[in-house]
Design a binder for this molecule. Structure first.
Ligand code: NCD
Length: 313
């Protein structure tokens, strides 16, 4: 199949709906294949979709799920993985980002999977190299593969995203997950609603094409799904909330506030979860939580993204 998929995945904002559908279609196939292998207690098939290709994961910020799932995904496609460790690299000796990525390319990198605290860093890298660049989260800008894995998880659960009400609750202002999800879910036909303390809502957020709810009950009422977000303390210089206990009482999802959500609605969280703050343990581990399913979708979405960006799908 001749794919028009872009060589770089830098954001969701510039993707067309058909391109998002293409990722979700391919990822859905990979996810079913992994589930079938698990059910049969066999190993998931190791594809030879990217034989001999070198995928470099280049993370300048902490990560548990994103880095490991990109690496598992690359292995599953037959690629080789090089895990770049910032603190053990020449970045600590003053080497620039541009020089670092040019050197990794000279070593043979075909794809650079980049997480960086500065918004726009993956785009700057894409201008400096011929390799494909995949944004694994840049500052408060975007986290495209997170939104794609959320969309896959939700679509499987809800059947379709068309016309569904998806509420995103928490620190919208500093969240790249929120931004990517607003773009992705709107392009797929959902009504996206954001909610959180007014100090954590970006000015003019409606311009992104979403509704704004001023209270948790307003966010939950008639929602088909709610996505709870962590407060991004590392991106906040001043105190925007009185304290985490107060935040949990007003904005947290607990057994009590879960009652406000329609009975069939589901709960998502990109992780890392601060238990007892945005989600109580009961909700996090409860039957309406899709948190682990999101992680499972993450491997499949990253397999699809790697294959499509390299024109191998
Ligand atoms: C998110 C991130 O890094 O943006 N985590 C993730 O990739 N699953 C969300 C967060 O850090 O809160």
């Amino acid at each position: 199949m001749a794919s028009e998929f872009p060589r770089h995945l830098l954001d969701i904002e510039s993707l067309r709906r058909e391109q998002i559908e293409e990722v979700l279609g391919l990822a859905g196939r990979f996810k079913r294949e992994r589930a079938a292998a698990r059910a049969g207690k066999a190993r998931a098939p190791r594809h030879q979709i990217l034989p001999g290709r070198i995928v470099v994961t280049l993370f300048f910020e902490a990560s548990t799920r994103t880095r490991s799932s990109f690496e598992v995904a690359a292995h599953a496609l037959g690629a080789e993985v090089l895990s770049f460790q910032k603190d053990a690299s020449s970045v600590t000796k003053g080497e620039s980002l541009q020089d670092t990525v040019r050197n990794l390319e000279a070593i043979g990198a075909d794809v650079l999977v980049v997480r960086h605290p500065a918004a726009g860093a993956p785009r700057a890298i894409a201008r400096a190299v011929r390799a494909s660049v995949i944004n694994a989260g840049d500052g408060a800008h975007e986290h495209p593969t997170q939104a794609l894995l959320d969309a896959l998880t939700l679509r499987e659960k809800l059947g379709t995203l068309e016309g569904k009400v998806i509420s995103i609750v928490g620190d919208i202002a500093h969240s790249r997950v929120a931004r990517s999800n607003v773009h992705c879910l709107s392009k797929l036909g959902s009504r996206v609603r954001v909610a959180g303390p007014s100090t954590l809502l970006p000015a003019g957020v409606e311009k992104l094409g979403c509704e704004v709810a001023r209270t948790l009950p307003d966010a939950l009422r008639d929602a088909d799904a709610v996505m709870m977000l962590r407060i991004q303390q590392e991106r906040i210089a001043d105190a925007r909330i009185p304290g985490t206990r107060d935040y949990a009482r007003v904005w947290g999802l607990s057994a009590r506030t879960l009652e406000l959500l329609p009975p069939r609605a589901v709960v998502l969280h990109p992780g890392p979860v601060n238990r007892g703050v945005e989600l109580s343990s009961e909700v996090m581990d409860g039957e309406r939580s899709l948190v682990m399913d999101q992680v499972d979708s993450g491997v499949a979405v990253r397999m699809a993204t790697l294959a499509l960006c390299l024109g191998a799908a």
